[in-house]
Design a protein around this ligand. Sequence first.
Ligand code: NAG
Ligand code: NAG
Ligand code: NAG
Ligand code: NAG
Ligand code: NAG
Ligand code: NAG
Ligand code: NAG
Length: 473
Amino acid sequence: MAFKLLLLLTFLAWDRARALSLHQRDVPAVVKLPITRRAYNPTRLEKRTSNVSTSFDVPYPYFDALIYSNLAIGTPPQTILFEVDTSSGYLETTATNSTWCTFSNCSSEFFNVNASSTYKFANGNFNATYTWNDVYAGDFGNEVVFVDGVTLDVDLAVNYGPEPNSILGLGYIPGKTSDTPATILQTLVNSGHIKSAAYSLWMDGSTQTDTGTDSELEGVILFGGVDTAKYNGDLHTMSIPASNGIHYLPVVLVTEVTLQNGTSSSQTSGLPAYMALDSIVSMTFLPNNVVEGLYQDLNVWWDSGSQVGIIDCALKQKDYNITFTFIDFSITSPLSDFIGLGSGEICEFHIVPSFSEASVLGATFMRSAYVVYDLSNNEISMAQANFDESEGQVLEIGSGASSISGIFETAIAVATVPTAVVSPTGNWVFPVESTSSASTFATSTSTGVAAAPTANSNSVMVGLAGVGLLIAL
Ligand SMILES: *[C@@H]1O[C@H](CO)[C@@H](O)[C@H](O)[C@H]1NC(C)=O
Ligand SMILES: *[C@@H]1O[C@H](CO)[C@@H](O)[C@H](O)[C@H]1NC(C)=O
Ligand SMILES: *[C@@H]1O[C@H](CO)[C@@H](O)[C@H](O)[C@H]1NC(C)=O
Ligand SMILES: *[C@@H]1O[C@H](CO)[C@@H](O)[C@H](O)[C@H]1NC(C)=O
Ligand SMILES: *[C@@H]1O[C@H](CO)[C@@H](O)[C@H](O)[C@H]1NC(C)=O
Ligand SMILES: *[C@@H]1O[C@H](CO)[C@@H](O)[C@H](O)[C@H]1NC(C)=O
Ligand SMILES: *[C@@H]1O[C@H](CO)[C@@H](O)[C@H](O)[C@H]1NC(C)=O
């Protein structure tokens, strides 16, 4: 099949040096994977409360906004539900004879190794600690996976341990050696299905019936391509910084966070900061000073027990926005996207302090952004998501390296590049507890927030199950 190159489009970044190389082709080399952003699978939630080494009792609302995708793996194909993780690199699935499954009914959604004639064991070295200290351990093997009509021979990590999730890792594997398995992204490149280890991720806001973190949204991961109908304006490209030469997380530099409600209130204290653009974290974790400013403006009360903000539900209906600025461009999200389910006037607010840990723009934020993760060039490109049905075209991301000028790194001094997203430990007392309307919420909590997570670290751990890869190999 001949691919005809019609046009080379280059979107220039602010410093006129960084760019994605996009190509219009008759048949672009792209692979499309449908995704869904929705509340944590209630079936799994039930399983979560079952009798494993630690018992969890966390209500539904807490499990908002993780991004899922089904993949068929093995022969005959088994359909497994994966959590999409932009921050880790393994394609990991939990086996039907895992420690988890010895306590739970795992007849479906888990991988039965023996039932697949194409699974090939490689070694028993899989042992990865994800954030919240969830350890996934077992074997590395090879298996066939079916994506968008394409059959791939992939490296698969099989978990036989006590953690239940299957994770579609689309990020880095830090500290790679020659026996480190190939990521699915690399496999797509090596097999010629895409030209560059890059993908777009977007949510389709038009199917949304309600706003808020509890609403279900469809979306797409487009491996190797960009769909110009799905964003407004230009894509802005930023380099992903390395720490001691190693790339850990897809992080971007946030310079300002602004609340807009007719007047603007801008938070810059604690900024600029690198933040992980992480699909497997549902909430948005911002630097403490930024959160404190937002909480004061919005009369949010910090519930240190459940580790979430508590906000007046009426604000869900108001025309308030939060704008995140990345040096020279911004992404605007409706405030309602960060307001979870609640009871009466009491709702959970899902922008929370990151304490001493890395800040994270999670799956909630990602509804408003069209994001291109370009791991070949260690760059992220972003634009405001476009939910209107509009004309556009799918462009192929080319294999060329783009030049990085270094202006980005020298223009703004930022102390550290996060190497891992980890959970705040202990029962933090966040400062904002004393404004008058906040105490109104405080007194109503005993009934109103009965549905909120209980005060233990497990609730936090489970709520953000699997978050980002902390240590690999
Ligand atoms: C949990 O397991 C223990 C020991 O296996 C058993 O005694 C107990 O009844 C179980 N609890 C529940 C809630 O199933
Ligand atoms: C599960 O099955 C695999 C493949 O047969 C085996 O290697 C592994 O030891 C089993 N794990 C457990 C916990 O039984
Ligand atoms: C596969 O079979 C082996 C031995 O026949 C057994 O030990 C293992 O638990 C089985 N694995 C699964 C996933 O059923
Ligand atoms: C296990 O789950 C399957 C499918 O979800 C169901 O058909 C089966 O009845 C369940 N078994 C038990 C013992 O709960
Ligand atoms: C995995 O690694 C952790 C940390 O090094 C270790 O504590 C744990 O025992 C290992 N688990 C397995 C199953 O090898
Ligand atoms: C919030 O953003 C929407 C969409 O961009 C815009 O229509 C609206 O005017 C904004 N509201 C405020 C208060 O800035
Ligand atoms: C916007 O927020 C500020 C700070 O909380 C508040 O004083 C003001 O009344 C709000 N404006 C509107 C239109 O709600």
